[in-house]
Design a protein around this ligand. Structure first.
Ligand SMILES: NC(=O)c1ccc[n+]([C@@H]2O[C@H](COP(=O)([O-])OP(=O)(O)OC[C@H]3O[C@@H](n4cnc5c(N)ncnc54)[C@H](O)[C@@H]3O)[C@@H](O)[C@H]2O)c1
Ligand SMILES: [Zn+2]
Length: 373
């Protein structure tokens, strides 16, 4: 087992991310070791419940862990207050109390939704994250962010609620469709671009085995990406400073995602966003020349999109960027990279205020930047 420690700030505890092929079969042991004698609700979407629900319940039963499976409809639309209410009421109806816990078995939607149920149930009960998508393994399950979407935007209602343990079994990715694997790998590419140039080279070398779900390559990538995410998160639990670098590609990416009304999946939007933000950095002189082409080459190699212009209307993207609630003092910010492997502008600034005109130029092409770097 590889054990990656995550240090948490504030009132939260630190926790381990345990990574091992086949670890799902020892879920019961792992769970009872960190939080003994609890009754657990395993929350999964219906797809994951169908593929892996029985197995998980079996692994829990073998360790005498009392567990009940609760499901919801797969998809981002379930990451809602409505579904949070329904699941919470279901726990109450089944007599769950503060001595219980939640096991979030699934992708990032499940991790965020079930994590938020756990964060708020009786003012907070333990949650075990068991990610089953690559995206959830390398990104969503680590860091303690939970929440649901609101009509005004994604992830606008939520809480920090660190898991008691994260159980990562890379073999779960074997049942993933190739396209969803690729979407998760967009975040691995991001980790390389912001923190580790040689990791990015490795991703380029192993593209085919990663896309086809080779367990050894997947395990290596999952481990390295989790190390990168955990080190950034441990340095900064509440996203005040360095944690922001994880948003590389995401300011423009979220604009693209929102403008498409979430028809463009997150991993695709981030791919487009990373290429555009690298391009924007180069044209503003805060990113080393050639970076955008390098990012584009890797993203393309994974069959991920690099361009929004054929599918999106620039004015809708502009409107989506303008309504982004996550700015600083009301101004949207973005994260430049100085070069491959190093987040932050060439002059060291971690974030820069976003000019809408620059953003649209980077995404859709056209003239020179309107302002100096
Ligand atoms: N909390 C965070 O820090 C954080 C970080 C990144 C993303 N997120 C959130 O994560 C969500 C996206 O995550 P996602 O891409 O995992 O989405 P998801 O949970 O919807 O999973 C994608 C699809 O894969 C299916 N699936 C999951 N595991 C499977 C498996 N092993 N085999 C076959 N099918 C499987 C699911 O049923 C679903 O249809 C977004 O809501 C995003 O906001 C959160
Ligand atoms: Zn992301």
């Amino acid at each position: 087992v590889t054990d990656v420690r995550v240090e948490a700030g504030g009132r939260d505890h630190g926790y381990s991310v345990r990574i091992e092929s086949g670890l799902r079969r020892r879920l019961g042991e792992v769970v009872s070791a960190v939080a003994p004698a609890r009754r657990w609700a395993v929350i999964a979407d219906d797809t994951v419940a169908g593929l892996h629900g029985e197995d998980a319940l079996g692994a829990l039963a073998r360790a005498q862990v009392d567990a009940t499976l609760l499901t919801f409809a797969a998809g981002e639309a379930s990451k809602s207050r409505k579904e949070w209410t329904r699941l919470t009421d279901e726990l109450l109806a089944r007599g769950f109390n503060r001595d219980c816990g939640v096991i979030a078995l699934g992708g990032g939607v499940t991790g965020d939704l079930a994590g938020f149920v756990a964060a708020t149930f009786m003012r907070g009960i333990p949650v075990v994250q068991v990610p089953t998508t690559l995206l959830a393994m390398i990104d969503a399950s680590v860091g303690g962010k939970t929440g649901v979407n609101a009509p005004a935007g994604k992830n606008l209602v939520g809480a920090f609620h660190a898991p008691v343990v994260v159980v990562v079994d890379p073999e779960y990715t074997q049942t993933l469709p190739r396209a969803i694997r690729a979407q998760g790998l967009a975040e691995a590419i991001k980790h390389g671009v912001i923190r580790d140039a040689s990791y990015l080279d490795g991703l380029e070398d192993e593209t085919d085995s990663l896309l086809s779900g080779d367990v050894a390559s997947t395990q290596r990538v999952v481990r390295r990406s989790i190390e990168i995410k955990a080190s950034v998160v441990s340095a900064d639990e509440r996203e005040s400073g360095v944690r922001k670098i994880l948003n590389f590609g995401h300011t423009l990416g979220h604009g693209v995602e929102a403008a498409s009304e979430y028809a463009i999946p997150h991993g695709h939007a981030v791919s487009i966003g990373m290429v555009a933000e690298a391009r924007m950095g180069e044209s503003l002189g805060v990113t080393e020349a050639g970076t955008a082409n390098h990012v584009r080459r890797v993203v393309e190699q994974f069959g991920l999109p690099t361009d929004a212009s054929s599918v999106l209307d620039p004015s809708r993207v502009a409107a989506a960027i303008r309504s982004d609630k996550k700015g600083e003092q009301g101004v949207p910010h973005w994260v430049p990279v100085a070069k491959i492997g190093t987040a932050g502008a060439l002059d060291g600034r971690l974030t820069l205020p976003l000019s809408e005109a620059d953003a649209l130029r980077a995404l859709f092409g056209g003239g020179e930047p309107t302002r100096p770097a």
